[in-house]
Design a protein around this ligand. Sequence first.
Ligand SMILES: Nc1ncnc2c1ncn2[C@@H]1O[C@H](COP(=O)(O)OP(=O)(O)OP(=O)(O)O)[C@@H](O)[C@H]1O
Length: 762
Amino acid sequence: MTVTGAPRTGVTLRLLDKADKEIVGLDRAVLGAFYKFQHDFRRNPNAGGLRLKQLEGHDRLWSARVNREWRALMIRLSGDDWLLVSVKHRSHVHKNLDRLNYGINHITGAIEYVDLQVVEESVLRRELAPPGAPAPEPAAAPAPEPTRPEPLEEPLFAAYTDEQLADLGVAEPLIPVVRKLTTDDELLGLAEYAPRHTGEVLLRLRDGVPYDKVMEQVTAPVAVTEREEHPGTDEWQAAVDRSSAVVITDDRSLQSILEEGDFGRWKVFLHPTQEKLVHRRYSGPARVGGGPGTGKTIVALHRVCHLVRELPPGHNKPVLLTTFNRNLAADLRARLVSLGGPDVLARVDIAHVDQLATRIVREADPGNTNRRIDDTAALREWRELLVEAGETRWSAEFLSDEWNQVILGQAVTSRSDYFAARRAGRGRRVSRAERAGIWQLAERFTQRLETKKLETHRQVAERAARLEMARRARIERKSEEREERGGLDNIHAEAGSGARLRYRYRHIVVDEAQDLSSAHWKMLRAMVPTGPDDIFLVGDTHQRIYDNQVTLGSLGVHIRGRSSRLTLSYRTTREILRDAMGILDDADYDDLDGGADTLAGYRSVLHGPAPLLRGARDWDEEMDHVVEQLRSWYDVPRESTAICVPTNDMVTQLADRLARCGITPTEITQDGPRSDQGVHIGTMYRFKGLEYRCLIIAGVSEGLVPRASVDAWKHADPSRHRRELHRARSLLFVAATRARDAVAITWHGEPSRFLAPLLASR
Ligand SMILES: Nc1ncnc2c1ncn2[C@@H]1O[C@H](COP(=O)(O)OP(=O)(O)OP(=O)(O)O)[C@@H](O)[C@H]1O
């Protein structure tokens, strides 16, 4: 349960997950009346105009008047604590009351509400109600248009007994309906109405996942354990804490639901597994993994709000929320304001890791005016240096990697240290004489950058890490001295500056953790004292698109025993997810700490068309296909549509073609999309963390995805070849999982090797 604020009168009105869908479907006048109703009810439920009364034959179900025609149905949890489960037309409230079912699911321990009348009529489209029953609900949540089942079809769940279904946590009143399901349309219709856990279980079984796996992956994570039962507390009160329900206050929560519809749901209805991760107290650094769209960022944002609420009052910003780049940091800021409002924002520093590193380095050296360059620009510098030096023994790529991963990566500062440095995972062996040569070139490279007043992001990150680690050592020393002197406060003042020396943050929350480098982690580790709730990180190594493989334990970030995984995708449909997983193949992925990670149990309850695969003769024809595809999505707002391509040139060419066809293109730059309007176009790297309704991935041809040059490593450096292929695969995986509703993948010439499993499945 998410609590977004306390009511003022002692009356608590909560809203059960899915009841909101019914409310959003009401017409505007009724919605207005509902808004007023919830306000009046919280002030005084017994006010005459509300006509609060218990429903006959139901010990906890009550109705109250929303307006002349509409009634709110509520479960009374205890004295003044109410749970709103439905808003119904008054003609439906007093008839067939035995069709209303509510109770506590004995497996999940959550409160569930089911209106069998609505389910049977809308899902099965069968006349199951007794004669004289009211006509179908005028304002029930919109049901998908199911097709009439073939009369003799085998029921979908015939292989399972009622008891087996109940043991998985399927809502018991729905089991007779589940037995009657014969088509996928009916099943998807039921999943729309049913308590969420029931939908998850049934769809997973229908996907062919074995019973035991469903038990392990879907039911076990949310099952009540004996330890969780609260003896002494009312069982309904305990159950509401395990339910997806939100306390209605006058503030954002209701507004998010009523005005933003499905788009606002992430702010209020967390999945029980998300909820647990947000509110838990961790004894040290904790990590949350999970496939794309499982709500890792959402959990990180709720976690930030939770940490802020636990802070003592103050005006500083003791919580750091950080991520990989500027674009993502801007997105986090916007989402955090929308979730927590200005009060939360006032206590949180939001900055991407390179921005933090720059701050630290500038603080230590305010006169530094060097220009920052990225890895590609640094590689160009390496190439030029090699040409100028007439050096042919090593390629620029090899030296650049050696410099980044071994010299900077291990903070190697002297020739003798370099002779002793570990080169694990670097593939090619180098002799002592070769190391001497490489070291000389590395020194020339550093001097070259200094002369040109250039600095790479990695250099800055390394420098920042060293500065922060030194600062941390000073803090620890001072605090030891202070203890020895019996707590004299002024010892804490930093020598010379007079400034007080303290840790920069109390809590750090990291998004997109899989792409941070060792230097970033060292810097972050040094910024926060070691202790409970110090670092909370979310990320997915299947989406790692920069070559930053780390073992967190060796960097002082000990997540062992505090690692969890989310498995339900809220973004991607089952059809998109299946193809995206096909792209990943069976490559190995790490867990950021030297172990292996998997996407076992990764699933979705959303449903849509299968991704479209289409080849063309050449790039010109492929661009025509892209335009055609965009035109077929005429009813989707252009800014909810995007195209990603492998190269910058293709971005320019495609943008040009779209503009000539009357479709506004908007390029996604390093700082995000140039404008809010038009179809977004960018290279695959730019799509990290973004989300669209419809997406085209174009140019997925052999030679482009992966780049042809990658295969040059096959014999020269097999380990690098493997890494490059891994990264290219992840890049396509990230791209394919950005769409909510529809994906089209196009290519020209030969399709990318990564598409082989998808093409074979068609
Ligand atoms: N409990 C929830 N209720 C409704 N929507 C949710 C919930 N959790 C997440 N979502 C929605 O799912 C989508 C994906 O969430 P989010 O961006 O947090 O996923 P992620 O795991 O960080 O994805 P990625 O790894 O691809 O960046 C968003 O649109 C978010 O609003």
